[in-house]
Design a protein around this ligand. Sequence first.
Ligand code: HPA
Length: 274
Amino acid sequence: MGKKALKQFNETVKFLKKQYKETPTVGIVLGSGLGNFVEEIEIEKEVAYGDIPNFPVSTVEGHKGKLIFGKLSGKTVVAMAGRFHYYEGYSAQDVIFPVRVMKLLGVETLLLSNAAGTVNPDHKVGDIMIINDHISFFTPNPLIGKNIADFGPRFPDMSEPYKKHLIQKAKAIAVAHNYDVKEGVYVAVTGPTFETRAEYHFIKVIGADVVGMSTVQECIVANHMGMEVFAISIVTDIGIREDHTIITHEEVLEAAKQAEPKLATIFKELVAAI
Ligand code: HPA
């Protein structure tokens, strides 16, 4: 599997290097409802996922499904408009394929974003939370299987999955803009069901602040390959609540869309400061 996988990565990277000659150093993954961020990028090349050899194809509503190359804050970036989720039926290997490709293209810093439900009573819908740690036990670890030594070690350290110096910079940016930015722990679940009331309580008890269906597998692989990771959750729904409201995908997308300008500012200024 190791050799076959390497061959696929090389094929994909060769294809993309033909499409876009410059070397992106920053990678960006846009979460549900956050696709408008691409308007911040001076786009130089767009490649639809369906045209990229070995790329999975995104299906979920709210995702555009293309790789975008261009400039952001003077840096060369590659952005995924639409990511691959485990709940769509992709394997963990599929989910992380683009992240490895980004690294092989030259990306050193990976910025991740997502919509998430909160179990922290200090949070409200529309808040942005900088992720400072995660819990990955409920989704398959993408590094299970034969280790590709060219990519990283068998047993990677995960003591700083989200880089402190990037968190500090982002907090300073948020403060400068008067954003009420939160910081905390993200737990990844498979979805596609939102959590039951009992599950949200469980998530709180185990030490998480927010819960979502993405990000962690990407973060693991990026750490494995030695990339620096920064991630933001947009709080889109309240998991622990007394009323009898339900949670819908539409409200998640709407809340993410509303908060997107704050995320855009933080990402733009963080990229400038990298
Ligand atoms: N749970 C899981 N994933 C999510 C949620 C949630 O409440 N909100 C947005 N993504």
